[in-house]
Design a protein around this ligand. Structure first.
Ligand SMILES: Cc1cc2nc3c(=O)[nH]c(=O)nc-3n(C[C@H](O)[C@H](O)[C@H](O)COP(=O)(O)OP(=O)(O)OC[C@H]3O[C@@H](n4cnc5c(N)ncnc54)[C@H](O)[C@@H]3O)c2cc1C
Length: 391
């Protein structure tokens, strides 16, 4: 038997769950189809830095109780270069705005619980295979317990990430792709180690970038720039900690606390945008529509921003018969997407020092030193950095 809902949402990540929660709050019936089990998505560690506007939005929606109680407020970050610490007090520069550090899987957990409590339909272990009929009443074909089923919606929201079915269902000639494959990769490491810092550290080192990100009092994330295509098996635990120690070293007595490594993998450093983000009654949101590198921590925040805008467009359609906001969805969000891409790519170039490969390293490093001085100072460039970073 075919299922039906006003909105079928494919994917229970940050984008799909925020969309489902807002629609459920306003009495729009929706069905979320998720490929994995509930346990899997509630344990999958990924992002952790939530922008100021998103925290405010989640608070207003009643989705931030645990985030505010257990997450940590952050309003400064550190750039290390040649052993010196340079601190950006971006919160003060951006009028008191701040990030919250709260692991993505915890936010997913909170949003799943809230959505189910509202009576929302969510089917786990139900991967979408294909979506068709976008220009009329779209149909999602999905698998459940070995059976092929269909679900029809007036609108389908493709929130199933970069490798999902929604993006793949769009005919190639209907989308213009903008893509950049970055030269180097990042080894992403998650360790059961308490943070060795109170603020995120971006360390610029001649042998490559190293990052120390925050997740919780007992777990930290680290990044190490590495050759593209490198394999995580090449990185033993000893090599990871000694490389982090070397690249994060300061000229004072700062030390790095280590711990058991929980997870490691080399990230595909790709920037990708597909235009448009709406194809009739199929709308793409989050990583299904765009991919950023982790530099600047914009991916999850953009996914939440897409979901919010899409929800407001759908509410206008279903409650007021007004399609204008939904029709403008793609144009509205692409402006935000490209703003984030520009910031993320600029920051990555600064961290890697690869703005122009023809520059001799000493020259490029003098430019980097100048840039860091400006963004950690108090002038116009520091304020512009703060605004872009905190969101
Ligand atoms: C290691 C790492 C670190 C990161 N750090 C940050 C950070 O610090 N800050 C930040 O903002 N971003 C970060 N990101 C990016 C961020 O995690 C993503 O941008 C974010 O998850 C996008 O949310 P989404 O809802 O669009 O997609 P996803 O979170 O990928 O959710 C998509 C959902 O769809 C499901 N799905 C997939 N295919 C199907 C299908 N066919 N049918 C049904 N369901 C399907 C998936 O199981 C998943 O639950 C990081 C990513 C990684 C990998």
């Amino acid at each position: 038997m075919s299922l039906a809902a006003s909105v079928v949402i494919v994917g229970a990540g940050p984008a799909g769950l925020l969309l489902g929660n807002i629609l459920a709050d306003h009495g729009v019936d929706c069905l979320i189809l998720e490929r994995h089990t509930r346990e899997h998505i509630e344990r999958r560690p990924r992002a952790g830095l939530i922008e100021h506007w998103a925290v405010r939005e989640l608070t207003e929606l009643g989705l931030a109780d645990r985030l505010l109680a257990e997450g940590a407020r952050h309003d400064s970050c550190e750039f290390r270069f040649l052993g010196r610490r340079n601190v950006s007090r971006y919160g003060d520069l951006a009028g008191g705005r701040a990030h919250y550090v709260y692991p993505q899987q915890e936010l997913v957990k909170d949003m799943v619980a809230a959505y189910l409590k509202k009576g929302g339909q969510l089917r786990f272990s139900a991967p979408a295979v294909t979506i068709d009929g976008f220009h009329d009443r779209p149909r999602v074909t999905f698998e459940e317990a070995g059976v092929t089923r269909t679900a029809r919606g007036e609108v389908v929201a493709g929130c199933d990430g970069f490798h999902g079915a929604a993006r793949a269902s769009v005919p190639p000639d209907a989308v213009t792709r903008y893509e950049h494959q970055h030269r180097d990769g990042w080894l992403a490491v998650l360790a059961a180690a308490p943070p060795s810092t109170e603020q995120i550290i971006y360390a610029l080192h001649p042998d490559g970038f190293a990052g120390h990100m925050l997740r919780s009092p007992t777990v930290s994330r680290y990044y190490l720039q590495c050759p593209a295509g490198d394999a995580s098996e090449n990185w033993s635990d000893d090599r990871i900690w000694s490389e982090l120690r070397r690249r994060l070293a300061t000229s004072d007595d700062w030390t790095l606390r280590d711990g058991p490594i929980l997870d490691k993998g080399v990230l595909d450093m790709r920037s990708w945008v597909g235009e448009p983000m709406r194809f009739g009654n199929l709308c793409l949101a989050g990583d299904a529509a765009h991919i950023l590198t982790p530099a600047g921590a914009k991916g999850m925040n953009l996914a939440l921003g897409d979901a919010r805008e899409l929800a407001l467009g759908l509410l206008d359609r279903f409650h007021r018969g007004d399609d204008r906001r939904l029709l403008a969805y793609s144009e509205t969000r692409l402006e935000a997407v490209w703003r984030a891409q520009e910031f993320s790519n600029w920051l990555l170039d600064l961290l890697h020092g690869t703005g122009d490969d023809a520059q001799p390293r000493p020259f490029a490093d003098r430019l980097r030193r100048q840039a860091i001085g400006q963004i950690t100072g108090g002038g116009a460039r520091a304020r512009a950095f703060a605004e872009s970073y905190v969101g």
